[in-house]
Ligand binder design. Structure first.
Ligand code: NAP
Length: 288
């Protein structure tokens, strides 16, 4: 039997651990940590994600504001709002919901949001600190994967790990976090030849290729740990599925994350954790 790594459960635990931190922050500073979310345009899925983030904040006692901007917002209007949030002392975390309408530049956003308020951990300044080994916070999704590994006491040190995918959001930061946890990491991407030979040697494989059901039993060694970051609404029968053919892992992998219910729930939990951490850091050291 494959051990199912239950991200919903781990996320619940992370959120519960934040409740006393938020209460203590409130008691000390007279206000709750605050997340400001900026959303531009009418993308339905993005509006649902943003609403879920607001609800998640409220559930642990944090406050949040959603800045809903019309699709025709100009870059300079967006930049002005972000600068205002950067300078607003009552805002601890800023998150700009992607994707943006085509005429707006994600690049500009990633350059503009202050690292000390970057709740996603994805701005260029923030990633600079992160890759220099001095993170203010870690990018949410890979940090969520590490939290799952920690929760299930899955040893990482000395293990061979393969990360499939090299995006700034998941693959690259994932490889760094595993390296810092003393795994020996191979990073694969779409130009990797004979990828299966590499994944088959790994004790731990994190798959973030964004290709539905790309990998299956034949790509993993017996008793491997398989973490599936992929998320697709296009599985069999239109069901949500990941980058891994999960049903093939039973009796083969030692442990694996399902989709849904694996890495997905961790991302919002880590966003809350990051916001709380940024609030505490800035309150302790206003120069930070
Ligand atoms: P991305 O920016 O599209 O990056 C995908 C990466 O996978 C690229 O580096 C690409 O290589 C590589 N790749 C593509 N096809 C491949 C193949 N056949 N073999 C090996 N590598 C391949 O995607 P992302 O933002 O990292 O997201 C990856 C997946 O995770 C998506 O399904 C996304 O929806 C999901 N996701 C989930 C969460 C969550 O909360 N669970 C959060 C973020 C993302 P090249 O660099 O060579 O193009």
């Amino acid at each position: 039997m494959v051990l199912i790594l239950d991200g919903k459960e781990v996320a619940k635990e992370v959120r519960a651990s934040l409740v006393p931190r938020v209460a203590k922050f409130k008691e000390t500073y007279g206000r709750a940590p605050h997340l400001s979310v900026v959303i531009v345009g009418d993308d339905k899925a993005s509006h649902v994600y943003v609403k879920n983030k607001k609800i998640a904040c409220e559930k642990i006692g944090m406050t949040s504001t959603i800045h809903t901007l019309p699709a025709e917002t100009t870059q300079s209007e967006l930049n002005q709002i972000l600068s205002k949030l950067n300078n607003d002392n009552g805002v601890d975390g800023i998150l700009v919901q992607f994707p943006l309408p085509k005429h707006l530049s994600a690049d500009e956003v990633l350059k503009l949001v202050s690292a000390e308020k970057d709740a996603d951990g994805l701005t260029y300044e923030s990633l600079g600190y992160f890759f220099a080994g001095k993170p203010l916070v870690s990018p949410c999704t890979p940090a969520g994967v590490m939290e799952i590994l920690k929760h299930y006491r899955i040893p990482v040190e000395g293990k061979r790990a393969v990360v499939v995918g090299r995006s700034n959001i998941v693959g690259k930061p994932m490889a760094l976090l595993l390296t810092e946890a003393n795994a020996t990491v191979t990073l694969c991407h779409s130009k990797t030849s004979n990828m299966s030979e590499l994944t088959k040697q790994a004790d731990l494989v994190v798959v973030a290729a964004g290709k539905a059901r790309l990998l299956g039993k034949e790509d993993f060694k017996k008793d491997a740990i398989v973490i599936d970051v992929g998320m697709h609404g296009s599985g069999q029968g239109g069901k949500l599925c990941g980058d891994v053919r999960f049903e093939e892992l039973d009796g083969w992998a030692k442990a694996a994350t399902p989709v849904p219910g694996g890495v997905g729930p961790m991302t919002i939990a880590m966003l809350l954790k990051n916001t709380c951490q940024l609030a505490e850091q800035r309150a302790r050291d206003p120069q930070f």
